[in-house]
Design a binder for this molecule. Structure first.
Ligand code: C5P
Length: 221
């Protein structure tokens, strides 16, 4: 039988990461954080002091970068870039912005396709990203597109980063989120858009548990 895939796409701050991890946990399915792959290449590019305006160098960097995932003792997902734990660096806005620039290069997206599809393992996969339902797993059995107002997404990011002791301002974050959304939606390859058969859920004003329930209901119905 087919290994079921649930794709959860949406803009940054829509709650994708949190919701996807919880849903994967409840279903007992594997979890793919596709953004972490782009971020990992972004971090590796930073370590190599590469020019974000040099696509050829970034494509080479994509092929050369080894990306590993493992759970630590508390069940937290850690990301290894060329063998070094880069989980915290991956979460920074610098890494996000680098990821977004790198993600606009078609050869980079192509190079990461098979690595993403390899996550489809029994008993199932929850895939979190921008083009999971449109490009990577177009035949997925279940597709969700999460949205939230830009203000709410900036607030969530602010709280998240603040809790981690990262110093940011709300207006600055809102600006970055809007700029990243625009870049992700306007790029020529795999722009951020809902798959035609995706169920859209606006999470503005909704709690995490309410969204998790709605997503699980899709799989169980
Ligand atoms: O989801 P996250 O914020 O970690 O993603 C970082 C960046 O990676 C996004 O802004 C987007 O440009 C890119 N990305 C992508 N396709 C994906 C996942 C992430 O283009 N499937």
């Amino acid at each position: 039988p087919e290994i079921p895939v649930l794709t959860i796409d949406g803009p940054s701050g829509s709650g994708k990461g949190t919701i996807s991890r919880l849903v994967a946990q409840r279903l007992g399915w594997h979890y793919l954080d596709s953004g972490a792959l782009y971020r990992a290449v972004g971090v590796a590019a930073g370590w190599g002091d590469l020019d974000l305006a040099d696509p050829a160098a970034l494509v080479r960097c994509t092929f050369d970068t080894e990306i590993g995932f493992r759970e630590d003792d508390s069940g937290e997902l850690r990301v290894l870039v060329n063998g070094t734990d880069a989980t915290d660096e991956l979460r920074t806005e610098t890494a996000g912005a680098a990821a977004s620039a790198i993600a606009a290069i078609p050869e980079v997206r192509e190079a990461l396709k098979d690595r993403q599809r390899a996550f489809r393992q029994p008993p199932g996969l929850v895939a979190d990203g921008r083009d999971m339902g449109t490009v990577i797993f177009p035949g997925a059995a279940y597709k969700v597109f999460l949205t939230a107002s830009a203000d709410e997404r900036a607030q969530r990011r602010y709280k998240q980063l603040n809790d981690k002791g990262v110093s940011v301002t709300l207006p600055g974050l809102l600006r970055e989120i809007l700029a990243r959304d625009a870049r992700d939606a306007q790029r020529a390859v795999a722009p951020l858009r809902p798959a035609e058969d995706a169920v859209r859920i606006d999470t503005t004003g909704l709690g995490i548990e309410a969204v998790v329930e709605r997503v699980l209901a899709l799989v169980h119905e």
